[in-house]
Design a protein around this ligand. Sequence first.
Ligand SMILES: [Fe+2]
Length: 319
Amino acid sequence: MTETNVVREVSLPFVSELNEMAPRDFISFFLKNKNEIDSKLISCGAVKFSGVCIESLEDFQLIVDSISSKFLSYVDGNSPRTKLSQNVYTSTEFDQTQRITMHNEFSYSSRWPNKLFFSCIKPADTGGETLLVDSREVLIKMDKSIVAEIEKRGIMYIRNLHGGMGIGIGPSWQETFETNDKNDVESYCRACNMDFEWTNGGNLKLRQRRRGIIEHRISGEKVWFNQIDQFHPYHLEEEIYETMKSVYYSSDDFPTYVTFGDGRIISENIVAEITNTINELTIAPIWKENELLLVDNELVGHGRNPFTGVRRVLVAMSE
Ligand SMILES: [Fe+2]
C-alpha cells in the first residue's frame, strides 16, 4: 500500500467543466492531466466531466478504452443489465419505479472494480439520478457498535439463484454467470473463494464471507465497503418482505440474505440504522447529456433513483 498525503475535499463529485469537447479531444485532455485527475479522484471520490460530446455507445467505448484498461465483466453481478459491447453495459435494468439502494459494486465478491465510468446518453423524464455517497463519511457517521461488530465478525453474503425455466425471483445462475455449464460456475466460485451448493430444483446457493470495511488500496483510509442493506430484504416494500417470510422456509433461502460472518443474525434494527445513516449522506446529482462520471468504487457508493420515461446510462468497470 502506498502512503500518500490525501487532502479531503467536501465536494462530491468534483466537477470539471469542459467546452463541447469531442471524444478524441477529451481523451487527449484526460491523458495529459491524468495525474491531477487521479489525485482529484482520490480526494473527492468521484469526478464528473461535463461538456464531453458522448452521443453514442461508440463514443463512450472509445473514451473508456483509451483512458483505462483491465476492464471487468459483469459475470457474478447481482443486478439485471445488458452487455452492449466488449466492456460496456447498460446500467441496471432493475424496475424503474424502484430505488436502487446504495452499494459499492461487487463488494460482496473477492474481486471488485476500482473505477466505474458512467455516462447518460438519454436522461429520464423525471428522476433517475445516479446516487452517490462518500464511503469514508459513511464509516465515520455509522453507529460505532455496528462498525465494531462488522470489524470483529465480517459479513456473510448469501444468494439463492434459480435454475431458469421461468420460475424463481431474481436472476438465474445461468444469467448471473453468463454460462449454462455448471463446471464453469464451480471453477469461478473456487477462484473467488465462494462456497457453492447445488440445491433442489437445479438452484444454486452461494455463500461469500467478506470483511465489510476495508482500507483504500492507495490512501489506506478505512471505508465502508459492503452491501448489507442491499442484500437484506428489509429494504424491500413491507408487503413483499412479509410475503417472502411466509413463502420461504428459512431466511437462508431468500434470493439474497446477509448475516455477520460467523452466522449471527443482522437484526432489522441494524439494517434500518445502516440504511438511514447512508441515506442521510447520499446526494443525487441530476444527469445531463454529454457528461462522463468517474467514480472510485472503494471511496464512493452508488445507487439509482426511480424514474419516468426512457433512461439510458452506460457503464464500464475497470481495475
Ligand atoms: Fe451498481
